[in-house]
Design a protein around this ligand. Structure first.
Ligand SMILES: [Zn+2]
Length: 175
């Protein structure tokens, strides 16, 4: 089985870099960080997703109690899509050559978490063309600080083929 949802960080964040070694012994997905400010989602000009796709994905997370300041579809007056560290933002972009994403991978999310405060500062979601359902939702989960949870049919399952729409443990407990 190949891992379809790698997750890496472009910046040093010990907790997340070591995600592979976090044992899921509990019955809920581990959460590495929490947004302390309400993030804005920006779908970048090159992102191969529709407005409907992002609306559906954001709505799912909203229904789980997560807050978003706003969602901007291919509208980026502050040029957050060009920034390596779009603090306060979740940007969604087309995967780039430099990322050297595995052939089997559909997407990758880079996020930065402050190790001391555990605050998520920013996240960049890179996606390939023609992603199947649940991928954008799964990656948004990473952008919100969640790690993999390999329960069959779970949204945060590391393998897309074993994942699904189960959102157990993904509700936002901090309000
Ligand atoms: Zn993943």
């Amino acid at each position: 089985m190949v891992s379809l949802f790698p997750i890496t960080t472009s910046d040093a964040s010990e907790y997340v870099t070591n995600y592979d070694r976090i044992n899921v012994i509990g019955n809920a997905p581990p959460r590495a960080g929490i947004w302390k400010r309400t993030p804005t989602v920006v779908v970048c000009e090159d992102a191969p997703i529709t407005k409907e796709q992002v609306t559906a994905a954001v709505s799912l997370w909203k229904s789980l109690g997560h807050n978003f300041f706003r969602t901007q579809y291919k509208y980026d007056p502050l040029h957050k899509c060009k920034q390596k560290k779009p603090v306060g933002y979740i940007t969604i972009r087309l995967v780039t050559q430099e990322l050297a994403l595995d052939e089997d991978s559909l997407a990758e999310t880079h996020f930065y978490i402050d190790n001391t405060s555990r605050a998520v500062e920013h996240a960049i979601i890179y996606i390939k063309l023609g992603i199947p359902e649940t991928v954008l939702e799964h990656e948004l989960g990473h952008a919100l600080g969640f790690l993999h949870f390999n329960k069959i049919n779970h949204l945060m399952n590391s393998k897309w083929t074993q994942g699904g729409w189960d959102t157990k443990g993904l509700a936002n407990k901090r309000r």
